[in-house]
Design a protein around this ligand. Structure first.
Ligand code: HEC
Length: 94
């Protein structure tokens, strides 16, 4: 149990930047995105900056699909996926 708590504490520390805001983890986001098979829809309906004009909206869009599809991601996982999609497609400054 102690080990689990220590691991958890480490991952929380790693995902928080020096400014105290969550950074998100694009590697974990990439894996989650693949696992959830998001591209089953988003190959035909590609991610587009026209509909999602900034990073904040991107996080909301990811959470929208997460909620509607019952993917079950927690807030930090939604952020990880948003950071991954931002790195790969949207390229918004954060
Ligand atoms: C059943 C089909 C479907 C699946 C599966 C799906 N989405 Fe979506 N997604 C949509 C639809 C429909 C929209 C909104 C339509 C639009 O405006 O393009 C959308 C919009 C989005 C947007 C914003 C679109 C843009 O152009 O910027 C993001 C980001 C997004 N989804 C992420 C995800 C993620 C992450 C997953 C995997 C958990 C996922 N979606 C799975 C159908 C789907």
């Amino acid at each position: 149990m102690k080990k689990v708590i220590a691991l958890f504490a480490t991952s929380v520390l790693l995902s928080v930047s020096s400014t105290g805001f969550a950074e998100g983890n694009p590697e974990s986001g990439k894996a989650l995105h693949k696992e959830a098979n998001c591209l089953s829809c988003h190959t035909a309906n590609p991610y587009s900056t026209a509909k999602t004009p900034n990073f904040e909206r991107l996080v909301k869009a990811v959470d929208f699909c997460n909620t509607n599809l019952n993917t079950g991601w927690f807030e930090d996982e939604v952020l990880d996926v948003a950071v991954y999609l931002n790195q790969k497609y949207y390229k918004y400054p954060r």
